[in-house]
Design a protein around this ligand. Structure first.
Ligand code: ZN
Length: 144
């Protein structure tokens, strides 16, 4: 395990804009406010969601779409730098009218409504390619 101590620098509550992409709004906000690391939780409603499932044996992302309007029963994610750009790694649990859920790595979704709590950390966190998982994982000062 690799760990680093972080200090929460600033905290924000965000009301996401209807009609705009959920994750892109978070990334735009982070970029505008010089947030290069952070953690967030959120809830709301979306439509036209595209989620990814990471298939470990083949090390590929398998995308799937959910076209109908869904509740964002829970959203959790973090902000860090990927190739020098702000990346909001976002996971979500979406629920349908019967309460059944689909969930995964949220690539895109049109926001209907969204409320997010964001903690911005003082120092940046960067991602780099990890050979074993073929994922872009957090890189810490110990070289890993
Ligand atoms: Zn993910």
């Amino acid at each position: 395990m690799h760990a680093r101590e972080v200090s929460v620098d600033r905290t924000f509550v965000l009301r996401l804009e209807t009609g705009r992409d959920w994750r892109a709004q978070l990334e735009a906000f982070a970029a505008e406010h010089d947030i290069e690391a952070g953690w967030f939780t959120g809830l709301g409603a979306v439509q036209g969601a595209e989620l990814y499932y990471y298939d470990q044996p083949s090390q590929t992302y398998a995308p799937f779409e959910v076209d109908e309007p869904m509740e964002v029963a829970a959203c959790v994610g973090n902000v860090s730098l990927l190739d020098g750009e702000v990346f909001a790694h976002t996971h979500a649990v979406l629920s349908d009218p019967t309460g059944r859920t689909v969930s995964g790595h949220l690539n895109r979704a049109e926001t209907y409504a969204g409320e997010v709590y964001l903690q911005a950390f003082e120092d940046p966190i960067e991602r780099s390619h990890d050979e074993r998982t073929d994922l872009d994982l957090w890189r810490f000062d110990d070289g890993n």
